[in-house]
Design a protein around this ligand. Sequence first.
Ligand SMILES: C[S@@+](CC[C@H](N)C(=O)[O-])C[C@H]1O[C@@H](n2cnc3c(N)ncnc32)[C@H](O)[C@@H]1O
Length: 200
Amino acid sequence: MTIKQKQIYDQLELDIKLLKDRTVSFESVKDAGQKYDISSPTYINLHKDEQINKIRLIANEIRPKPNEKLLNIGCGPFFSDKFFDCQKYGIDPSKELLNLAKRNHVNAELTLGRAEELPYEDNFFDYIVSVSALHHVEDIELAMDEIKRVLSEKKHKKNFCIALSILTESSRFKIIEKSISYHFTVQKIILEGRDTIFFI
Ligand SMILES: C[S@@+](CC[C@H](N)C(=O)[O-])C[C@H]1O[C@@H](n2cnc3c(N)ncnc32)[C@H](O)[C@@H]1O
């Protein structure tokens, strides 16, 4: 660990697992997390109900078994905790939103990081969800490659192993929609609130 990485690690209020085995650009994580670090004090009050509505719809379709692994990309305070009974993992670049999740004692392994550099083994997950996060990702193509890499090859053939909820009014929506369709076969789309949810 470099001195800079150590400094960032030391700033973490709680013991959020950091990326140890892969080379990760810590500055990129910090930059990506900054906006939500600042808005974290009001995040739950302002967004919880809206986000829970989307997660409820996703949980109707994505049904992991208790021994299966589910990754939530851009998980924030991990509102999805009680909707899935399985081995849960969350990744987000905002340490303050992850700290909210920790304070709520969510039952998930949380990692500070970005969608573009997922610190997990190939084929590690059975399910992947992401709620209102991918329009914040700097490089959507990298994120899609990473999603494909960490998702179990077996699961690729099953119905609904991925759910990606994207802010419809985002200026990047069309690009992300194209990228999702290029990399995956979209099987169902639901419009919920301000998001479009793609089921793959
Ligand atoms: C609108 S919030 C949604 C948070 C959470 N999914 C929810 O439902 O409350 C957007 C999230 O995307 C995260 N984010 C920003 N850049 C990201 C990146 N490059 N990779 C993964 N998540 C990112 C933010 O830190 C923030 O937690």
